[in-house]
Design a protein around this ligand. Structure first.
Ligand code: ZN
Length: 349
């Protein structure tokens, strides 16, 4: 089968032929239809310090996908050939304290599909049945391909109640933009999102942000005055991994404010702990998705009318992977989807 492979410890990727995997006991074989490109894939493609530390070549990349089940291994129940599926990319041990308690997203031995084990940028993928999410209702294939990052957005956006609340999102990457749409869908009064990319701020407005602020040219103080916000934001969602963004967020929260932090910083982040203490703020780290409560919420919110499709801005065939990765790296895009059933798509697809 064709697969996009990190063949050696170094920059670059190669579209090459590798053996088609076989489903073992409790596993399913999935014909991949479409995949999404994640920031993680860019780190591995460029072979930065994190990738050199984490990844062992050869490796098939990719963890955001939708596909069709074509074969089930022995012992697989409730998943059938022909099912349209996405999958949870965090593979958990099933044996640690949190796994046994049903809190699998807190597994201490989580490994990553397409990071530690061969992933979804291929024509076929094998996944344990416990990681498969069957789409039981009609879903747009491009949206189904990005269920993994959509799940990050849902996990973050629903961490704290947002009904009627004023929400601040720092970082208008694809997950921040989707979180804006989800927060509005879940009943937030105002959703203010900040970034420094005019392209992405415009896209965030399309997804429902009340105000998309370029922090180089405007201030949150002005926005809060315009929105007649008296006491500060109620809920914060940090999506940028930037120290200055988290500091600014802490400074703009109202008393009792709650912050969900998904953005992953690369170094130490100084925080004004006196403000955290005296305003009685809550900071909560968010990683991955709850298995499978987040997935349930993702599916039913789409059925309830949530539309995240504007976040998908570019589509490529699998042979156009270099162009797809270059576009992702440019930042002049939302989510990028690769079609694994066609080598090339017409420009502007
Ligand atoms: Zn575990």
């Amino acid at each position: 089968m064709k697969a996009l492979v990190k063949t050696d410890a170094g920059p670059g990727l190669e579209l090459t032929d590798v053996p088609t995997p076989r489903p073992g006991t409790g596993e399913v074989l999935i014909r991949v239809l479409r995949t999404g490109i994640c920031g993680t894939d860019l780190h591995i493609e460029s072979w930065d310090q994190w990738a050199a530390r984490t990844v062992r070549a050869p490796l098939v990349l990719g963890h955001e996908f939708v596909g069709e089940v074509v074969e089930t291994g022995p012992g697989v129940a409730d998943i059938s050939t022909g099912d349209l599926v996405s999958g949870e990319g965090h593979l958990v041990c099933g044996k640690c304290r949190n796994c046994l308690a049903g809190r699998r997203h807190l597994c201490i031995r989580t490994i990553g599909l397409g990071v530690h084990t061969d992933g979804a940028f291929a024509e076929y993928l094998v996944l344990p049945q416990s990681n498969v999410w069957v789409h039981r209702h009609p879903v747009d294939l491009d949206v189904a391909a990005i269920f993994d990052p959509y799940g990050n957005a849902v996990h973050t956006a629903l961490s704290f109640p947002v009904l009627g609340e004023d929400v601040l999102i720092t970082g208008a990457g694809p997950i921040g933009m989707m979180a804006a749409a989800i927060a509005r869908h879940a009943g937030a009064r105002n959703v203010v999102i900040t970034d420094v990319s005019p392209y992405r701020l415009e896209l965030a407005r399309k997804l429902g942000a009340t105000v998309a602020l370029d922090v180089r040219t405007g201030s949150l103080e002005e926005v809060m005055a315009e929105l007649r916000m008296a006491e500060g934001f109620d809920v914060g969602m940090e999506m940028s991994g930037r120290a200055d963004a988290l500091r600014e967020m802490v400074a703009r929260m109202g008393p009792g404010g709650r912050i969900a932090v998904l953005g992953l910083p690369t170094g130490d982040v100084p925080v004004d702990m006196a403000t955290v203490v005296t305003r009685m703020l809550t900071l909560r780290g968010i990683y991955g998705r709850e298995m499978f409560e987040t997935w349930y919420a993702m599916s039913v919110m789409l059925q309830g009318g949530l539309d995240i499709s504007p976040v998908i801005t570019h589509r490529f065939g699998y042979a156009q992977h270099a162009e797809a990765f270059a576009t992702a790296r440019s930042g002049q895009c939302g989510k990028i989807v690769i079609d694994w059933t066609r080598p090339t798509l017409p420009p502007g697809a």
